[in-house]
Structures are given as structure tokens and as C-alpha cells.
Design a protein around this ligand. Structure first.
Ligand SMILES: Nc1ncnc2c1ncn2[C@@H]1O[C@H](COP(=O)(O)OP(=O)(O)OP(=O)(O)O)[C@@H](O)[C@H]1O
Ligand SMILES: [Mg+2]
Length: 231
């Protein structure tokens, strides 16, 4: 379980301007297996919340508790072990252009010191899960945007993360490919992973019929099961 307890965040401005709080007394908790959507206008604070879960930002006041561990004064090695339990999906797919689909996914294992040969089966399993088995030997530029994003999802899944953080994963995709990505995320959720998704896409939010947390100017203004897009 992840808990945000009265979390506020002020980013320190480097040009001495007035500090505008990015989050204001945000409280919510996420249970294992949930699918949560964070929605809100640009600048509302969605990415800040995801970055706090990943221990990349710390609250100014309040606390973020990851499975019982308060992250406020966490040691780098403990932050690393939290990140090991997370899979990240971004708006820009961040694929390596000179590696194939297979290699992009396998590389995520290589950098942690695993033998690629042993990992081959594991890579093919996640490529199957995202429907890319036949495109394993293609390079990113030979794929559609949706296929590139599915590659990045496969890469996020290779460590079998407990939690997937997806920051506007359909932001660069057309409606057809966006629905495709949502199907993959739902499938991963049904297989047991917790999903925390940030999006401004109204159609996606309204079709999901999952819990929706709406953030406006750093505050949670709604937190509803079977929620609708509301800004
Ligand atoms: N590193 C930073 N330094 C200073 N201010 C920041 C920093 N990161 C974010 N902010 C500010 O904090 C607020 C929240 O930003 P955040 O990125 O969390 O919004 P968001 O909801 O993800 O927006 P978007 O939908 O555009 O991605 C914004 O006002 C932003 O300008
Ligand atoms: Mg953002």
C-alpha cells in the first residue's frame, strides 16, 4: 500500500519569484491491485505525485509511506529498492533508436546484470503480453506510435513490477492507439499489478470505470470509484 498523508510540495524557485505550491495537503492511499487515474489540468501536480512515489521528490510537509516505509529520510539504497518495484511508462517512449524491440526490452535486464540468453524467454513473454511477438526484430522507427509505446510498456514490465506508474502514456497517440494502450494496461492490472495513470484524456477516463482522483491546483478535489473526467 502507498499512502500520501497531508502531502504538500513547494518547489524552490531559482529566481526568487513567489513560490506557488505544487501540492497542497494531498491525502490518499492506493491498495494493491487498484487501477487509479490521476486527472487534472496541466500543472495540477500529477507528475509531482508520481515522482514522489518514485522517491525522486520529497514532500515539503507531510509524508509518503511506501508499504510501511516513510520515504522522507530514506537512504539511497532503500529508494533504489522501491524503484525496483516500479515500472515507468512515459509520454515520450524513450526507446533506444539503434536497438530492436527485443533489444530495447532485453537491455533493461542487461543493465541490471542479467544474462540476456537466460532472459530471452522472459523478454518473449512480455512481448507476447503486449502483442509484439512478430515485431521483435524491428527498430523503433519501423513501428507505429502505439507499437513504440507497447515496447516501452514491455520494458517497464520486464522486472515484473508490483506497481506501474504511467505518466500520460497516450499523450502522443491518436485515439485508436490510445485505446490499444489502455487495453494493455487493463490486462496488466487484471494480472495483478497496481496501475497509477496520469492523463488529461477525457475519453479514456470516462471509459475506464475505475477510481479517479481529480487534482486542481495542487489539491485533490474529487476521489471517486467509477469516476468521471471532471476539470
Ligand atoms: N522541478 C520543478 N521546479 C519548479 N517547479 C516545478 C518543478 N516541477 C514541477 N513544477 C511546478 O509544479 C506544478 C505541478 O507540476 P506537475 O509537473 O506535477 O504538473 P502536471 O499535473 O504533471 O502537469 P502536466 O499535465 O502538464 O504534465 C507546476 O506549477 C509546475 O510548474
Ligand atoms: Mg505531468
Amino acid at each position: 500500500m502507498i499512502e500520501f498523508k497531508q502531502v504538500s510540495k513547494d518547489y524552490v524557485s531559482n529566481i526568487g519569484k513567489e513560490i506557488k505550491p505544487a501540492l497542497r495537503e494531498v491525502s490518499f492511499s492506493v491498495k494493491d491491485g487498484e487501477f487509479i487515474t490521476l486527472c487534472g489540468r496541466s500543472g495540477a501536480g500529477k507528475t509531482t505525485i508520481l515522482r514522489m512515489i518514485a522517491c525522486e521528490e520529497k514532500p515539503t510537509t507531510g509524508s509518503v509511506v511506501f508499504y510501511g516505509q516513510d520515504t522522507i529520510d530514506i537512504k539511497e539504497k532503500d529508494a533504489y529498492s522501491i524503484r525496483q518495484q516500479l515500472g515507468f511508462i512515459f509520454q515520450d517512449f524513450k526507446l533506444l533508436p539503434y536497438k530492436t524491440v527485443f533489444e530495447n526490452v532485453a537491455y533493461a535486464l542487461e543493465v541490471t546484470g542479467q544474462d540476456t540468453k537466460k532472459a530471452k524467454d522472459e523478454v518473449m513473454k512480455v512481448l507476447d503480453l503486449v502483442g509484439l511477438t512478430k515485431k521483435a526484430n524491428r527498430f523503433p522507427k519501423e513501428l507505429s506510435g502505439g507499437e513504440q509505446q507497447r515496447t516501452s510498456i514491455a520494458r517497464a514490465l520486464i522486472h515484473r513490477p508490483r506497481i506501474i506508474l504511467a505518466d500520460e502514456p497516450t499523450g502522443n497517440l491518436d485515439p485508436y492507439h490510445s485505446r490499444d494502450i489502455m487495453k494493455v494496461l487493463l490486462k496488466i492490472n487484471e494480472a495483478g499489478s497496481t496501475i497509477i495513470l496520469s492523463t488529461h484524456n477525457k475519453e479514456i477516463v470516462n471509459n475506464l470505470k475505475k477510481r479517479v482522483i481529480t487534482i486542481d491546483d495542487g489539491r485533490i478535489v474529487r476521489d471517486e470509484e467509477n469516476g468521471m473526467f471532471f476539470i
